[in-house]
Ligand binder design. Structure first.
Ligand code: NAD
Ligand code: ZN
Length: 271
């Protein structure tokens, strides 16, 4: 499998990187796999008996903004200070060595690909980004960059500052698709999606390596994206790297390990 993966990378003329929460694990970020994983990362929510699905809900911003922003403010601060692990640079090196075209499709809202130096115009964030805000109402379709400081009292997970809409003064919220969310503004993600469609059209006949990392089965958006490309495009091969749920049908490739470990092993074979 590893040899085949290295061969696919070696022969690739274009790269698609698909990533879920597991991509951040080697940078020290939590995935939210199961309530146990979520509560381990956020003990105050274990005490309140709230799951990830309960917390990632826009109604908190309406009902109790300091509580809503407690969860998202904490994560904003965490993602701002996180340094992307070396696996991001390994992929960048493969792309740059060939001067190849690439696109990143991720359900992560953490901005780690941009932070690692991937071009913002080559990234689709299917669930939005925590680093962009919108009005809670929303009073307009404006989406703006979040440069506010949001301190959080971590003992109770309450924000000490609430970012507000510059137009109407109402509470703002991250431009992220949450659960039971009817007011998410998809405009930024849609523009990214159009760029990805253009990329796919332009590269449909090329040999494409789809490198999928850390995408789980619970919300299978990213896995479905990799598989759709892998089955629909004649010269695309998916390399799925995942320590717990690596399975994918041949001729696609399944590596049962962490993202950083898998990328390092492939890179060794390319030296
Ligand atoms: N960093 C983020 O932005 C972030 C974090 C948590 C959740 N979310 C959101 O929650 C949803 C969660 O779905 P999901 O499938 O992305 O995550 P998930 O938490 O459901 O699954 C994580 C997956 O990563 C795998 N994994 C664990 N450690 C890994 C490692 N070291 N290397 C590679 N893979 C590893 C697990 O086996 C699992 O399949 C997404 O829709 C996303 O928007 C985002
Ligand atoms: Zn507003």
């Amino acid at each position: 499998m590893l040899q085949r993966a290295a061969q696919i990378i070696k022969e690739a003329e274009a790269f698609i990187i698909t990533a879920g929460a597991g991509m951040g694990v080697d940078s020290g970020l939590p995935d939210f796999r199961g309530d146990h994983g979520f509560w381990q990362a956020y003990p105050p929510y274990a005490r309140l008996g709230l799951s990830f699905i309960d917390c990632a809900n826009p109604e908190h911003f309406q009902r109790d903004p300091a509580f809503g922003w407690g969860f998202y403010g904490h994560r904003t601060n965490l993602y701002r200070t996180t340094i992307p692990h070396a696996g991001f640079q390994i992929i960048k090196k493969w792309i740059e060595r060939k001067n190849a075209e690439y696109f990143v499709v991720t359900s992560n809202v953490d901005g780690q690909f941009q932070k690692a130096g991937f071009d913002d115009d080559h990234i689709q964030e299917v669930h939005g980004s925590i680093h962009w805000l919108q009005c809670l109402n929303p009073c307009s379709r404006i989406i703006w960059y979040n440069d506010e400081t949001i301190p959080v009292d971590e003992t109770v997970m309450r924000a000490l500052h609430i970012p507000r809409c510059p137009d109407c003064g109402e509470v703002s919220r991250p431009n992220i698709l949450m659960f039971g969310d009817w007011s998410w503004l998809p405009d930024r993600t849609r523009i990214q999606e159009q760029r990805f469609d253009t990329f796919l059209t332009g590269n449909a006949d090329r040999r494409i390596a789809v490198i999928e990392m850390g995408a789980g089965n619970a919300i299978p958006t990213i896995r479905a994206t990799s598989e759709r490309i892998g089955w629909n495009l004649k010269h695309a091969t998916v390399i799925r790297i995942n320590p717990r749920e690596p399975d994918i049908k041949a001729p696609h490739i399944s590596l049962s390990c962490g993202a950083l470990e898998g990328l390092r092993m492939i890179d060794e074979l390319l030296k």
